[in-house]
Design a protein around this ligand. Structure first.
Ligand code: NDP
Length: 458
């Protein structure tokens, strides 16, 4: 084990140093297991960097990287359709702005708490760095549950949320977007209230906007399409393609739907997808138009698909990961794929896994994939297409321009190819060929770390 000198000229092994950082972080951020999990994965990958380049531990760099620059928690009162006052909690974690304004989505889901937003914000730093675009990392949201709410209730909630958030965001400061529970409708209400309070049409402050008022073509499709572009590169590295491959996609929200669309365009057969209550098996492939109608137009459950499409079956027991496939694309939520699921995928012949969701695989699952030499694309690389296209939306807003679908999609494709290559190249450089987790963590880290070192202790 290489030793590195600390500021006090003490000598401490990298392992011990990383353990110390991590233990202290767990103490100071108690009760935030997802945040601990996300940090530990990155710190594990950084051991090899610190062994080779000890200066990355100088000036408290790692401790500063793991501490958000600012964490906002605020009350969001709103009135429901019965005239009752409801109170939710709003969050915005502005994690790191060394590379550019904070950038990251807003999540509205009852499971949201500070630890979830911190894990997402932390991941976002490295993801945004990997895109090669000038954006820092942030994330936000609320424990508000949009399910079952009327449009008017969603609007009142969004207006109240933005009434507080607006003073903390701006095109050069912090640029939120959508995530789970926040789609085009919510961004519309949020932007409307922002515009009113700011008294200006500052379109660069939110991304995922409608096409008529500053949105970008391809933003809706970007995360799902980008995930499939990344998967295609990962398979091509082994001389394989998606044509004829059996693919499972979990979830049936924004990311899942457009991953299915692009995978089908490349000739894959998508044999299942899911929602939080169950999953469907579609051995002959998914009828995408039907799926879009059920999920995007009617906002119905996935079980409706099996009721309406012959040959499809619905299951509320077991797991979608029990299906035999070549490629698995988890696109629902964090920790939805555990060690047992991973083992099942390996045993039934799955060779490629790429994460459309943020941290959908548990640490145990990632270990199973690593041991069994499954090509594994971590979310911070594989799902970066969404935020990359948000940054392209910001570019269009800044230049008062709007690009064609084809041009924007081509930019996305190139960005995803470059992200894959950066992961591949960096993993090989550090002696871990084919380990895209190490590749993504180190490539994402070094750019942010260099910027932080150049900008001094702040
Ligand atoms: P949506 O709200 O559009 O869809 C989420 C989907 O996941 C729904 O089908 C939902 O089912 C399902 N789901 C939620 N919780 C669970 C659960 N516990 N078990 C199984 N399924 C569940 O969100 P997005 O598609 O936008 O986001 C999905 C993931 O992708 C998230 O991890 C998000 O952070 C990540 N991501 C999204 C980006 C984007 O551009 N939208 C960008 C990068 C990452 P139900 O309807 O029943 O709740």
């Amino acid at each position: 084990m290489t030793d590195i000198a600390t500021k006090n000229d003490e000598v401490q092994s990298v392992d011990a140093q990383i353990s110390e950082y991590y233990n202290r972080l767990c103490q100071r951020n108690a009760g935030e297991p997802e945040f601990h999990q996300a940090v530990l994965e990155v710190l594990e990958s950084l051991k090899i960097v610190l062994e080779n380049d000890p200066h990355y531990a100088d000036y408290g760099l790692i401790q500063r990287l793991c501490e958000p620059e600012r964490q906002l928690i605020f009350r969001v009162p709103w009135v429901d359709d019965q005239g009752e006052v409801q109170v939710n909690r709003g969050f915005r974690v502005q994690f790191n702005s060394a590379l550019g304004p904070y950038k990251g989505g807003l999540r509205f889901h009852p499971s949201v708490n500070l630890g979830i937003i911190k894990f997402l914000g932390f991941e976002q730093i490295f993801k945004n760095s990997l895109t090669g675009l000038p954006i820092g990392g942030g994330k936000g949201g609320s424990d508000f549950d949009p399910k079952g709410k009327s449009d008017a209730e969603i609007m009142r909630f969004c207006q109240s949320f933005m009434t507080e958030l607006h003073r903390h965001i701006g095109e050069y400061r912090d640029v939120p977007a959508g995530d789970i529970g926040v789609g085009g409708r919510e961004i519309g209400y949020l932007f409307g209230q922002y515009r009113r309070l700011a008294n200006q049409h500052e379109s660069g402050t939110l991304t995922g906007k409608g096409l008529e008022w500053g949105g970008s073509l391809v933003r809706t499709e970007a995360t799902g399409y980008g995930l499939v572009y990344f998967t295609k590169e990962m398979m091509a590295a082994d001389g394989k393609s998606l044509n004829g491959a059996k693919v499972i996609v979990s979830g049936s929200g924004n990311v899942a739907i457009y991953a299915i669309e692009k995978a089908q365009e490349f000739g894959a057969v998508v044999i299942g997808c899911s929602d939080s209550q169950g999953w469907i098996h579609t051995p002959d492939g998914i009828d995408l138009e039907k799926l879009k109608e059920i999920k995007e137009v009617r906002r119905d459950r996935i079980s409706a698909y099996a009721d309406e499409v012959e040959g499809a079956t619905y299951h509320s027991e077991g797991s979608i990961w029990d299906l035999e496939c070549d490629v698995a694309l988890p696109c629902a939520t964090q920790n939805e794929l555990d060690g047992e699921h991973a083992q099942k995928l390996v045993d039934t012949g799955c060779k490629y896994v790429a994460e459309g969701a943020n941290m959908p695989s548990t640490a145990e699952a990632v270990e199973v994939f690593r041991k069994n030499k499954i090509a594994f694309g971590p979310g911070k690389a594989a799902n970066a297409g969404g935020v990359a296209t948000s940054a392209l939306e910001m570019q269009q807003n800044a230049s008062r321009d709007s690009w064609s679908f084809e041009y924007t999609d081509e930019r996305l494709h190139v960005i995803m190819r470059n992200i894959f290559r950066a992961c591949e190249r960096t993993a090989a450089e550090y002696g871990h060929e084919g380990d895209y987790v190490i590749g993504a963590n180190i490539a994402g880290f070094k750019k942010v770390a260099d910027a932080m070192l150049a900008q001094g202790v702040i």
